[in-house]
Design a protein around this ligand. Structure first.
Ligand SMILES: NC(=O)c1ccc[n+]([C@@H]2O[C@H](COP(=O)([O-])OP(=O)(O)OC[C@H]3O[C@@H](n4cnc5c(N)ncnc54)[C@H](O)[C@@H]3O)[C@@H](O)[C@H]2O)c1
Length: 251
């Protein structure tokens, strides 16, 4: 039995490492997936791959750091598909640096992409969910939002805010049967992580040695958790921040 048969899911950052895995997983389980990304080509490739494997997906290019594209994305999905059951706010950027090293633009852009996007997308989607009698939102926060790693003050602060945003939204909309939860991944092997590892002059193997489980995580493992949280099996989970880290403590 497919858990998401008949459901429409929107995944932001769907062209990236974790977002593409989430898109594939939700589609494998029967959802019609709207793969959205500022990188339209990447989103298109993921949607095409899903369709070629017999799943249902469309790609929508959108820069969700801006208010209008967020409202435009949700309006387009609702106009075309008539419903939005699952919203996965996954797009994110990681601008490295401490307070003095960062530029003003690093700070503001980090908030625009990582947090403001969720504010606008949820404001656009929640009225449809209320009208439908419920819905599911899964936000991608980070372990670093709970326990900050050094030299990432903008990223970590946005992710701490995502955690707080998730809990607030959950409390306010639980009476409408809208479940809001967040995943807090540790080190996951994606293009974002590869860029960071390269900048730091380390390797993926070095990083794996720091994880008690002996390796870093895979995007598919985060996708499995997101699928669980989006499914009816997590029916009483609302306002949770779920860590997926291989038992790694932030160093
Ligand atoms: N990889 C990790 O170790 C890790 C750990 C914790 C949390 N995360 C979080 O997981 C999420 C996905 O990260 P990833 O590792 O897959 O990185 P990624 O770089 O592979 O994917 C991020 C995607 O977001 C898209 N994006 C960036 N700015 C955008 C914008 N303005 N509008 C729309 N899309 C935009 C990118 O084009 C990209 O496809 C992020 O929120 C990230 O912070 C990642």
């Amino acid at each position: 039995m497919k858990r998401f048969e008949g459901k429409v899911a929107v995944v932001t950052g769907g062209g990236g490492g974790i977002g593409s895995a989430i898109s594939r997983r939700l589609a494998d389980e029967g959802a019609l997936v709207v793969v959205s990304d500022v990188n339209g080509e990447a989103a298109g490739a993921v949607a095409a791959e899903i369709v070629s494997q017999g799943g249902s997906a469309i790609a929508v290019a959108a820069d969700i750091s801006q208010r209008e594209p967020c409202f435009g994305l949700i309006a387009e999905v609702f106009d075309q598909k008539g419903r939005i059951d699952i919203l996965v706010n996954n797009a994110g950027i990681n601008r490295r640096g401490n307070l003095l090293a960062l530029t003003d633009d690093d700070w503001h852009t980090s908030f625009a992409v990582n947090l403001d996007s969720m504010f606008y997308l949820c404001r656009a989607a929640i009225p449809h969910m209320i009208e439908a009698g419920g819905g599911v939102i899964v936000n991608t926060a980070s372990q670093w939002g709970l326990y900050p790693a050094p030299n990432h003050i903008a990223y970590n602060t946005t992710k701490a805010a995502v955690a707080a945003f998730t809990q607030n939204l959950a409390r306010d909309y639980a009476p409408h049967k809208i479940r809001v939860n967040a995943v807090c991944p540790g080190e996951i092997h994606t293009p974002m992580l590869e860029a960071g590892v390269k900048r730091a002059g380390r390797t993926i193997a070095d990083l794996g040695k720091l994880v008690p489980f002996g390796r870093i995580g895979r995007p598919e493992e985060v996708a499995a958790l997101v699928a669980f949280l989006a499914s009816d099996e997590a029916a009483f989970m609302c306002g949770s921040l779920v860590e997926i880290t291989g038992a790694q403590a932030v160093a």
